[in-house]
Ligand binder design. Structure first.
Ligand SMILES: NC(=O)c1ccc[n+]([C@@H]2O[C@H](COP(=O)([O-])OP(=O)(O)OC[C@H]3O[C@@H](n4cnc5c(N)ncnc54)[C@H](O)[C@@H]3O)[C@@H](O)[C@H]2O)c1
Length: 417
């Protein structure tokens, strides 16, 4: 049986632990996590021995190689150093996305993996979600002909954007990652997967339009606790209403770290990010961005990322020479039309026959991703969904180039490899 360690046992780390719980081919044997409560969770809920719950990644790595693979789920800026250290020690690696926060760091991870011959997969779980997998299948079976255009929208949802990108861990791009990578490296990976060609050029526009001081309503203050009562009552981002027990438990936007904490006390302390006004923070994460991509042979793709939607969902439209398919991933229904024929509805909602929410993360993608990683380590044949480190870093390169273009007024940039 394969033995795994999870480094960074927060939201994503504990998700993978849940998915491993009943797995027969692999088990969780070690955890590295700085937060004592999270370490306790690893022991009490996932049966990791106390002596195998390390209080930091450093302490874990100092032990040398003690199991087969590492699932690396620390924050983006920690990935480069920890991923390379794990690979050098001989670990195979499942690495959370984005791979790293700069292009140079991503390339260093790729080159180390290739140089050492390590098996490294990025957590591009959406490839495995039935909605996206079904689109890829239609393409692979030739049902759409040759893909000419892909049009994708990442609707982040106003509340999710505020949690993660205005107050949360990804609010400051220099301290974390450019938003187009942090939020959309899945989208860039999916577009590359659908296109199955080399991207030649990219251009991008976008910015932070709304979550800034000039958009603050009258009566607002730097902290929710100091806001005018009437203004706060009508504010969509009122911290007293946003950080509910349900939201904290859900973990979206890094809120899981608030479990068991005095949330009201934190809001009123004026020292914690969750109590800050969304218009007066230290955020610079862009709230909307468009990316245009040109592929070998002339095919094109377009990605829109926006904070401004009610629901959090992706909308995808793929146009081929023989047919088209479109759908709202949140609704799980694809509309496929072979040209000259009838439109068909493909409902992927019941594609996974489980009712445990843990198995449905990213539409079931997280579970199948982990199963594929296990298959990879066990030498099973490459699946159509499996992403190599080279492919994954390719979509990161496109993301970093898109950001460079945005910062240069939408300049068209060539993708160099
Ligand atoms: N695949 C996806 O769709 C997806 C979704 C959300 C987040 N992510 C990515 O997953 C990663 C983790 O995100 P998260 O939401 O789980 O964050 P998180 O903050 O909940 O978890 C990170 C954990 O790392 C721990 N940690 C920090 N420093 C450490 C150290 N030196 N040694 C050991 N542990 C340490 C923290 O205490 C925390 O528990 C990020 O890279 C994020 O971008 C991916």
């Amino acid at each position: 049986m394969l033995e795994f360690a999870i480094v960074g046992f927060g939201n994503r780390g504990s998700t993978f632990a849940k998915l491993l719980k009943n797995e027969k081919r692999a088990r969780l044997v070690a955890v590295a996590e700085v937060d004592a409560d999270n370490r306790k969770l690893a022991q009490t809920q996932f049966g990791v021995k106390a002596e195998r719950c390390f209080s930091s990644a450093d302490e874990f790595f100092e032990k040398g190689k003690i199991c087969d693979a590492v699932i690396l789920c620390t924050q983006d800026a920690q990935h480069r150093e920890m991923a390379i250290r794990a690979m050098r020690l001989g670990y195979e690696l499942l690495l959370e996305k984005p791979a790293a926060t700069t292009l140079e760091d991503c390339i260093a991870i790729r080159d180390t993996a290739n140089g050492l011959g390590r098996k490294v997969m990025l957590a591009h779980g959406l490839r495995y979600a039935p909605f996206f997998y079904t689109i890829k299948k239609l393409i692979s079976e030739g049902k759409l002909g040759e893909v000419v255009t892909v049009n994708q929208t990442e609707n982040i949802a106003f509340w999710h954007f505020a949690l993660s990108y205005v107050r949360g861990p990804w609010r400051n791009m220099a301290a974390s990652t450019p938003t187009i990578l942090a939020k959309c490296c899945h989208d860039l990976d999916l577009i590359a997967w659908f296109m199955n060609k080399k991207c030649k050029s990219v251009s991008s526009f976008g910015g932070l339009q709304y979550f800034r001081p000039e958009c603050a309503p009258e009566g607002s203050a730097k902290y929710c606790v100091d806001c005018n009562a009437e203004t706060r009552k009508s504010c969509l981002y009122n911290a007293y209403e946003v950080y509910t027990e349900a939201q904290v438990q859900r973990g979206t936007g890094g809120t899981r770290k608030l479990i068991g904490k005095d949330v009201k006390g934190l809001i009123e302390s004026r020292a914690h990010e969750i109590g800050r006004c969304v218009y007066h923070g230290d955020n610079d994460a862009v709230d909307h961005q468009v990316v245009n991509l040109l592929y070998e042979g002339g095919a094109t793709a377009h990605l829109t990322m926006t904070a401004f939607s009610q629901r959090c969902y992706r909308f995808v439209k793929v146009h081929g020479t023989k047919g088209e398919v479109y759908g709202d991933a949140g609704k799980g229904i694809l509309h496929y039309t072979p040209f000259g024929g009838e439109r068909q509805e493909i409902d992927v909602n019941n594609a996974i026959a489980v009712d445990d929410a843990a198995f449905l993360g990213h539409g079931g993608g997280d579970y199948f991703l982990l199963m594929d990683f296990i298959g990879y380590l066990l030498g099973e044949e490459k699946t159509v969904t499996r992403t190599t480190i080279d492919e994954s870093i390719e979509s990161h390169i496109i993301g970093f180039k898109a950001e460079e273009s945005r910062l240069n007024g939408g300049a068209m940039l060539t993708i160099e490899r």
